[in-house]
Design a protein around this ligand. Sequence first.
Ligand code: TYM
Length: 326
Amino acid sequence: MKRVFSGIQPTGDQHLGNYLGATRNWVEMQHHTEAVFCVVDLHAITIPQASGAVRDGSLRLSQMLMAVGLDPEQCIIFVQSHVREHTECAWLMECNVSFGELSRMTQFKDKSGRQEFISSGLFTYPALQAADIVLYDTDQVPVGADQRQHIEIARDIAERFNSRYGPTFTVPEAIVPKAGARVMDLQRPTDKMSKSLDSPKGTVNLLDEPKLIAKKIKSAVTDNDGAVRFDVAEKPGVSNLLSILGASTNRDPAALADEYTQYGSLKVDTADAVVALLEPIQARYRELEGDPAETARLLALGANKARTIAAATMDRARTNVGLLQA
Ligand code: TYM
């Protein structure tokens, strides 16, 4: 069976982009792979966070992952900082990636441009991400399109490590969904939907009330040309609605375009589809929210399982690098 690994940051609210681009596919993959999913709290602190926000965010995100359908009996769900091997392996990754390679990361350029204090952790972030992946002998990494470059660099580091020190790590491949890989902001459809952008009206959060979801989708920015066509370059707003509707109903966005002559009805159907998709998730989340002790128990079990795999990989890596055994 293939080993699958992916991670998600516990910062801000989870939004439709995270769900359609990533976590929805994780739910499907847990049934036919050995799947490991991680709440990456150490990645979140590469940018300063308010006191208590990471702790609360990690708990809430773990509950959300279970609400979307990840089942701790079918996959491993854990919090990154509970498995110390991640930071240890990150050092090995840092020593096998160059300053030049890290400097070319577009997410670093974007994020550092928005920070006053640029931590070295923000710069070496892709090395920690590579560590996350290689620790679990990962074959496949299901992510949205924005993570492609980070998976590429993880592959490069794993290959370099293997050629320097002998076969140690599995070289992973990115799995990017056909629909939903890049959900765009509803108000600024040339930017991806994101929790860090200051665009509350453009972002559908997974816990938004149905009325608010409908309002946000109905006020989505389109264009003046009036034709419903799937054309990301010329018609980013309309194409985003078609993509969201397509991803929510498992239909092809270009084929859906033929069924509409007006933006109004496209928006109504998209809003209805998203509300129908999110309502059961919201109901499950409300149930899980009431029992944080049970969530903590499940996360501890997940961390134990993850640690067993990660510790074996680290033993192999330490030996191959040539460190003196303790
Ligand atoms: P993060 O937390 O920003 O996003 C989690 C997942 O959601 C996807 N995503 C989107 N997909 C489609 N449209 C969007 N607008 C959108 N916004 C986010 C992301 O592609 C991602 O799959 N560095 C990673 C977390 C990470 C990780 C890893 C991922 C840490 N270690 C190891 C894979 C493997 C991140 O910040 O994702």
